[in-house]
Design a protein around this ligand. Structure first.
Ligand code: SF4
Length: 319
């Protein structure tokens, strides 16, 4: 088995989410159409397996944010499908994402029986005031209790966070990240808040009651979060929203720090800081920088930004 790692994603959006997070256009989410049946999920898995090399590590992932909000019997129908592949050794793991208030002992017992190994929770913020303002429908304490239960049951924990929600500051985002680390998360995802059509947040944006982060602010915050998470061995699975059709063609997007290569911009900025430090703050200095192959694109920078910023630096791949 190589170190390569592939996820087989199955999106199960909740049919009618009972919540009303102010940044979310759940009708657009629900309108993302068809929820695959368990038989269709099976087909999706088979199609992905046809395109994935046999010797890489494969995981089946149920995304959609509220998998365990379904009745347990319905969850089991999907999990039965995934479990068959896991038991035969065709995939090496099963994971899912859900809300903290959809975690209970019977739910966790059922996930355990089906071989789920990683549970990701949408925490979004661990500041109660922010959670209340955006009407998340759960508290920071519920995130902590759910995280504790997940770890006590022997699952790996992932905690996803958002930045730039109403009332958020860089300091509050860093505090959320510190608590994510303290709760024992192995994984995180960082999503900058965007203003999308037909949401209460869009109304606040129009009236001037909400100001989204600029792209540069979001990059600056994420640089600090990246340093914090990586120094505690928390793997960042994603930075920036998946570029959906509605974001790309602008039909859903109103404002906020959206960029198709958001992660690359953050890592470019981190390498920029690191190189400038090596050059003692003088960007015109001549130097040779040795860069691990996996990092070379970020060191050179998005659209060669760092190569241009440091014209006398030679970048050498380190294998
Ligand atoms: S973000 Fe909030 S409102 Fe939207 S689907 Fe998730 S829980 Fe429901």
């Amino acid at each position: 088995m190589t170190n390569a790692y592939r996820v087989i994603p199955i999106f199960i959006p909740q049919k009618a989410c009972p919540h009303r997070c102010t940044y979310c256009n759940q009708f657009a989410i629900a309108g993302q159409g068809h929820i695959p049946t368990p038989a269709e999920a099976d087909e999706i898995i088979r199609q992905h397996l046809d395109t994935i090399k046999q010797d890489c590590h494969k995981r089946i992932a149920f995304f959609g944010g509220s998998f365990t909000g379904m009745p347990i019997a319905e969850q089991s129908e999907y999990l039965d499908v995934a479990q068959r592949y896991w038991q035969q050794g065709i995939v090496q793991g099963i994971q899912l994402s859900t809300r903290p208030d959809y975690i209970s002992e019977p739910i966790l017992d059922n996930l355990k029986r089906h071989g789920v190994s990683l549970i990701e929770l949408g925490a979004q913020s661990l500041d109660d005031k922010i959670l209340e303002v955006v009407q998340r429908g759960h508290t920071a304490q519920q995130v902590e209790e759910a995280s504790k239960k997940i770890r006590e049951h022997g699952f790996e924990l992932g905690l996803q966070m958002m930045i730039g929600l109403p009332g958020d500051t860089k300091e509050k985002a860093l505090r959320t990240a510190e608590r994510i680390v303290a709760l024992g998360a192995r994984y995180t995802r960082i999503y900058p808040t965007l203003v999308v059509q037909d949401t209460p947040l869009a109304k606040d944006y129009v009236t001037g009651n909400y100001k989204p982060l600029s792209l540069q602010e979001a990059i600056d915050w994420c640089k600090e979060l990246y340093k914090l998470f990586t120094s505690h061995n928390v793997t960042i699975l994603r930075m920036g929203l998946h570029p959906s059709e509605g974001l790309l063609d602008g039909s859903d997007y109103i404002a906020g720090p959206f960029h198709v290569s958001f992660k690359e911009l953050v890592l470019t900025a981190l390498w920029h800081d690191r190189i400038l430090q090596e050059l003692d703050g003088d960007a015109s200095r001549t130097a040779t920088i040795h860069v691990p192959t996996a990092e070379i694109n970020y060191a050179v920078g998005y659209r060669c930004a760092n190569k241009k910023a440091f014209p006398n630096v030679i970048f050498i791949h380190e294998r």
